[in-house]
Design a protein around this ligand. Structure first.
Ligand SMILES: [Zn+2]
Ligand SMILES: [Zn+2]
Length: 263
């Protein structure tokens, strides 16, 4: 599997992806908003985009579908429940479905509601797994829920699916929000030395050559995976004493998500 992260350089800081089969040159485009750039990259690499997958229905993820389909005839794949929200879906997928790219690449569909209620993450079946996480999981952060999502669903997705991914899983999110998210982590957990070091190491990073984190790193720097960390809990309960001394993971997650909305 070859992964090409395409930085769009737009105000929303979107990452688009091309995933190619090294044997056939067939490629899957994930959320190819900047379709011209995606087509140009595929062209330069000698790849043919045969499929497009939308992680979810928001316009900054689906806006390039038409352009890619027109240029390549690529089939459009999205969550089966997104059929009324995304035009011209050729294949609706659900949890456990496999998206095959060329001969060698297989990606498993995870049904990951929260950011919206028809959100798909793709998990590669490779020696080192990769998660294409759309707007569900960001580097050091979690997606918001205010455009058709639900925070309780997002918590369940983190708790029952993302949390269980192997430490070596690489994270490929739909946006570059690394620095803002690290700042939120440090606001909640000022003694997080790993987040602080990452902040200083990457504060001037070029998003077209962005850091790709692993799940092991996310467990260290992403507050939404650190729900029982003593500092996270203490900072929160000092500010919101009504939560009691030992709030459960769900209560912590929901409060963090709420705080992040206005942070
Ligand atoms: Zn979105
Ligand atoms: Zn987005």
């Amino acid at each position: 599997m070859i992964v090409e992260q395409v930085w769009t350089g737009n105000a929303y800081r979107n990452f688009n992806y091309l995933i190619a089969c090294p044997d056939t040159g067939d490629a899957l485009a994930i959320d190819p908003l900047d379709y011209k750039k995606c087509l140009a990259v595929a062209d330069a690499k000698g790849w043919t985009i045969t499929q497009v997958l939308n992680t979810h229905e928001h316009g900054d993820h689906t806006g390039g579908n038409k352009g890619v389909a027109k240029a390549t005839g690529a089939k459009i794949i999205a969550h089966r429940n997104a059929k009324d929200r995304i035009p011209n879906i050729d294949r609706g997928v659900e949890a456990g479905d496999i998206v095959k790219v060329g001969k060698t690449v297989e990606l498993e569909c995870l049904d990951t509601p929260g950011h919206t209620l028809c959100h798909i993450c793709l998990l590669s079946r490779t020696d080192q797994p990769g998660l294409f996480s759309g707007d569900t999981l960001f580097n050091a952060g979690a997606g918001n829920c205010h455009n058709g999502g639900h925070p309780v669903e997002l918590f369940k997705t983190f708790e029952t699916q993302l949390q269980n991914l192997g430490d070596d899983t690489l994270i490929y999110p739909g946006h570059d929000y690394l620095l803002n998210n690290l700042a939120f982590t440090l606001d909640r957990e000022p003694d997080n030395a790993i987040a602080r070091k990452m902040m200083s190491d990457y504060e001037n990073q070029d998003p077209s050559d962005a850091l790709v984190t692993s799940m092991a790193q996310e467990r260290e720097i992403n507050t939404f995976f650190r729900l029982q960390n003593p500092t996270v809990v203490e900072t929160l309960t000092r500010e919101f004493p009504e939560m009691g001394d030992s709030p459960d993971a769900r209560a912590v997650f929901l409060k963090l998500r709420e705080l992040r909305n206005s942070w």
